[in-house]
Every structure is written in C-alpha cells, then in structure tokens.
Ligand binder design. Structure first.
Ligand SMILES: [Zn+2]
Ligand SMILES: [Zn+2]
Length: 145
C-alpha cells in the first residue's frame, strides 16, 4: 500500500516536471497582425498625391524587429515601399501601428495589393494583405488624421 502511494507520488512529480519543461520549450508565437484601418475609415481607398492612413494592431511575442509595408499595382509595374526599422514600434511586444504612407502623384490609378509584414527578433514573419484602390486626388476627400 505504502509502495503504491510512493509510486503515485513519483508519477505525479514526473508529470509535473515534464509539463514544466514542455512549457519552457514552447516556441515563441509568430507575430499576429490585425489590419484595423486601411485608408481613412477603412475605405480601402488611397488618393495619389496624398497619403494613405494605415492602422494595425500588432502582437509579437518575440518582439518586433521590423515592419515592411509594400503596395504594388495588382498587375505589376508599380511599387511603393516603406520600412520601419527603428522608433516606437521596434523592440516592443504589443503596439498600435498608425502611419501615413505617401502615394506619389505619378502613381497609376487602379487596383493595388498591400503587404504588411512584421518580422520579430527571432526572425519569424507574418504577412497581412489587403486590396486597395488608388484614385484621383480630390482635396475635399483629404483627411489629416
Ligand atoms: Zn491616420
Ligand atoms: Zn501582392
């Protein structure tokens, strides 16, 4: 009887040790991105010759190393790129990204594809995508926020 109790206790200890060591080995989660607003009020529109409001919630357990934004024409041939490798978003675990991306006046009108890539300090990357339309500049539609 006593032996059984000792066996049971040993088994519990072994399981507990295993559970703790497994937890330690658990991989760091990849960055999680939620694109909250692409274009003003999430309109998914951008005007050429203006800038495009872009907001995202980022959770990176492995801490943010860099953020890359790429907007390319759906049929290729034109690309806008912007990278963030220093400043308030870098080295943090949880942030609300809010930036305005310049859309050059010479950008062709039409459908574009947005790639929002977050790389953590462990080298893991997550990509969030969205479709946007680049439209003609209209000063009544311009927003500063
Ligand atoms: Zn904004
Ligand atoms: Zn693409």
């Amino acid at each position: 009887m006593k032996k059984n109790i000792i066996l049971a206790i040993s088994a519990i200890i072994v399981f507990a040790v295993l559970a703790i060591s497994c937890k330690k080995d658990e991989a760091t989660a990849k960055p999680v991105i939620t694109l909250t607003e692409v274009g003003h009020d999430n309109s998914r529109h951008a005007m050429r010759g203006d800038d495009m409001h872009l907001e995202a919630d980022i959770v990176a357990e492995g801490l943010i190393k860099r953020i890359d934004v790429e907007i390319h024409k759906e049929d290729g041939g034109y690309e806008i790129e912007k990278s963030y490798t220093e400043g308030k978003y870098i080295g943090v675990k949880n942030t609300e990204f809010h930036e305005h991306i310049d859309i050059p006046a010479e950008a062709p009108l039409g459908e574009y594809h947005l790639h929002f890539t977050v790389t953590d300090k462990k080298g893991q990357t997550t990509l969030a995508e969205a479709h946007i339309e680049v439209v003609e500049f209209d000063e009544h539609e311009h927003h500063d926020e």
